[in-house]
Design a protein around this ligand. Structure first.
Ligand code: ACM
Length: 520
């Protein structure tokens, strides 16, 4: 019977394709991989291509389907995933590798040959990172001169890759201005392409409260209606938030929720005045000043409230972190602040999360499992290291996406100075004095939204700078080079345009754009 089946299969002539010469070593990969070797031929992505993955429950088939979907968006090809494929001649294999998993959970190796691509990965997460590399190698246009149907030749060779930092984050302030679930999903799409693995959402501030808390409904009934200026605000229902978390998980990204306290809490105190500790009657606030609000840190009912908030958010947050803010509590007494942070840390731990706080939290007596986020005070970051805490690097002068690029920037602030595209790239997060590499989880690039209210304005501030942080986070220090990066960045223009990203066309970069307005 088997023999019969085989004999029924039509004989096919092997294809002879006249594939172009390529050079993988000049590919515009961002972030740059650890090592790469070109073999100067190509893999023909075409109607005869299929994807095959490790058929297990560890998430590999989903990574294969993700790749197929992205290939379809660019080529219209329907690449089958894990189906029987007698027709298919060129195969992309996505496989789990035990030897790589011993190295790092995100390590992968890519071998691109004339008739196969083999992506060996430590985990599905690693495979997902490798798939981003493959996407960056996929030409946006077919080469029609090879044969009488379209072929997208992928440069052949071998590369090995592993991240430098484990925590590669961006933060979005949805409190000063609200951004919809669709906006956040688009940001995730773009960040994932550059191998980010964390999105931190700043969910609450003086001007608004953006996450439904079922036990305290007025937080969003009142706090969801306002934002900076006269715009209408908004909030995520818990279902919305779960949709963001699930979308992030499909992109192997972790959501870090932040409820900022004891300062930056005016919106919560307007909804529930018993929370307020600044001695005044809380009033709706639509301005951009900071440092005037505080919770009452000595009331038990305030901690019962916080317990409910942390419990409800933690229950729908699979990631390991809960961010408590802790910044700019200028009207909280020092001893009250320390008492507060210590109490809230216990609540966070009760719900099995690790606490993150802005660098001021290092002044409290916090546990070594908690994490300090360096944004303004190197002294606080050093204090965190002295207390044996891990540190997230977000120094405003280098890593704040809401700083203006230059004098001409349409949006943004400049209290930490201007951050042009080169300043955002040319610094060494691992080389700060007294903040040793072993203490650093990675860079997170915060985007505060006082001056932006639409996805297009968000994109203007985030891109292209967010792409530079991706390289500082992932690539080895010796791989980072401004002159070389500049060229690769300019070559991102076709992708950014395809994604309809309103990036800032910095004059420091020679953009390989199709867009005439930018060229001129
Ligand atoms: C901050 O920028 N207030 C953390």
């Amino acid at each position: 019977m088997l023999v019969l089946l085989f004999s029924c299969k039509p004989e096919k002539e092997p294809r002879v394709l006249n594939l172009p010469k390529t050079d993988l070593s000049t590919a515009d990969l961002i972030p740059k991989p650890v090592s790469l070797k070109a073999t100067y031929s190509a893999f023909p992505l075409d109607q005869f291509t299929a994807i095959r993955t490790t058929p297990d429950s560890l998430g590999f088939p989903e990574v294969g389907k993700f790749l197929a979907e992205k290939i379809k968006q660019i080529t219209q090809l329907q690449v089958p995933v894990n189906t029987e494929f007698p027709e298919q001649e060129s195969v992309v294999y996505i496989k789990q590798s035990d030897s790589l998993s011993k190295l790092n959970k995100e390590s992968y190796g890519l071998r691109i040959n004339k008739d196969s691509i083999i992506l060996n990965a430590a985990s599905a997460e690693a495979a997902f990172r490798g798939v981003q590399t493959l996407r960056q190698l996929l030409p946006l246009k077919a080469n029609d001169s090879i044969i009488d149907y379209p072929v997208w030749p992928i440069a052949s060779g071998a590369l090995n890759d592993t991240p430098f930092f484990e925590y590669r984050g961006a933060m979005l302030d949805v409190a000063r201005h609200f951004f919809t679930v669709e906006d956040v999903k688009k940001y995730i799409d773009l960040l994932a392409y550059y191998k980010y693995n964390v999105l931190h959402l700043h969910l609450t501030d003086d001007q608004g409260w953006r996450i439904e808390i079922k036990s305290w409904p007025k937080l969003t009934e009142i706090g969801g209606e306002t934002e900076v200026g006269n715009e209408p605000g908004g909030f995520y229902t818990q279902e919305d938030y779960k949709a963001i978390v699930a979308y992030a998980a499909q992109h192997h990204m972790t959501i870090v929720p932040e409820v900022d306290m004891p300062g930056h809490t005016n919106a919560a105190s307007v909804a529930y005045p018993f929370l307020n500790g600044n001695g005044k009657t809380p009033k709706i606030y639509r301005g951009t000043q900071v440092g005037f609000s505080t919770f009452d840190t000595r009331k038990d009912t305030v901690y019962s409230f916080i317990d409910d908030v942390v419990r409800e958010i933690s229950a729908i947050t699979p990631g390991p972190y809960f961010h408590i803010g802790g910044d700019e509590s200028h009207v909280t007494q020092k001893d009250d602040y320390i008492y507060f942070v210590n109490k809230v840390e216990q609540i966070v731990q009760k719900y099995d999360k690790k606490m993150i706080g802005w660098d001021e939290v290092a002044t409290a007596d916090i546990d070594t499992t908690s994490i300090a986020q360096f944004w303004q005070s190197q002294k606080n970051a050093e204090l965190a290291v002295a207390k044996n805490l891990k540190v997230i690097m977000s120094p405003a002068k280098k890593a704040y996406l809401d700083m203006k690029y230059d004098l001409k920037s349409e949006y943004g602030l400049n209290w930490a100075g201007y951050v042009p595209v080169n300043t955002a790239y040319v610094w060494k997060p691992e080389a700060y004095e007294n903040i040793p590499r072993e203490h650093i989880l990675g860079i997170e690039a915060p985007l505060w939204s006082e001056t932006i209210s639409t996805i297009s304005e968000l994109e203007y501030l985030a891109f292209p700078r967010a792409i530079g942080y991706a390289e500082l986070n992932w690539s080895q220090p010796e791989q980072r080079d401004w002159e070389n990066y500049k060229v690769r960045l300019g070559n991102q223009a076709p992708f950014l345009e395809l994604m309809e990203v309103n990036y800032y066309p910095s004059p420091l970069i020679d953009w390989k754009t199709q867009n005439k307005a930018i060229k001129e």
